[in-house]
Design a protein around this ligand. Sequence first.
Ligand code: NDP
Length: 249
Amino acid sequence: MTYDLNNRTAVVTGAASGIGAEIALVLARSGAKVALLARRAERLAELAAKIEAEGGRALAVSADVTGDLTPAVEAVHAAFGRVDLVVNNAGVMLANPITAGRDDEWRRMIDTNVTGLLTVTRAFTDDLVGAGRDGVADLVNISSVGAHGTFPTYAVYAATKAAVTHLSANLRTEFGPLGVRVTNVEPGLVTSELGDHMDNPEVDAHLAAWREQVPPLHPADIGDVIGFVTSRPKHVNLRQLVVLPTVQV
Ligand code: NDP
């Protein structure tokens, strides 16, 4: 499905795969110019070419949300000007028992899922506030339904997503009065590469078994939701959405 996002300018982090790639596609098909941010330049170039071939506008910007975003922001501004829609989607999920003491994984998740989200938000805050003053502006954060539960071996991942959900609610109290909508989206199980970076066979097997029991959503299902929320009239802010496969309880 497409929406009316003509004259909008978006940045989607984690657009190299999965949910982020599908969000970028929906936004571009709906008329938005879309800057694609992630680390894998080749993947981004392929997606940008696909969008352009469909008649859309896309810019591939290879960047790490845990690093210096200045060159990325400059590239986006040079190509597209002011941004009015930011989707903080980049994320990593690494699961291990807490007794394994994997502080390398904890750091990666906190740096990417929480600090990276804040860094991207800060990098485009002036854009969003200006766009909210002159028209419509959206900050969309991709959290997880995991923000609300307890999951053995996923403690730190779940904590980062709880932080995203809580940050979103609080950021909205500052951005809302400035005309910037803040939407927190909490997907349930979605098919993607998210679980591919784990190194514990037991955790892998558990995730695979879960996916057998609960047929996951397709990333495009989440893309569709983002197209919907960002195309509402300016005065309508969908603050919080939990998007689950119907059989996931
Ligand atoms: P993917 O692994 O397919 O996507 C994650 C994306 O984030 C990749 O495109 C990756 O690209 C990018 N990324 C990771 N680290 C960085 C970094 N340091 N800097 C820039 N980009 C980075 O998984 P999903 O599509 O599933 O995940 C997207 C979001 O959805 C995540 O925030 C995840 O937590 C959330 N989510 C996913 C669920 C699921 O079941 N799949 C459920 C609930 C929430 P690259 O490696 O090229 O940088």
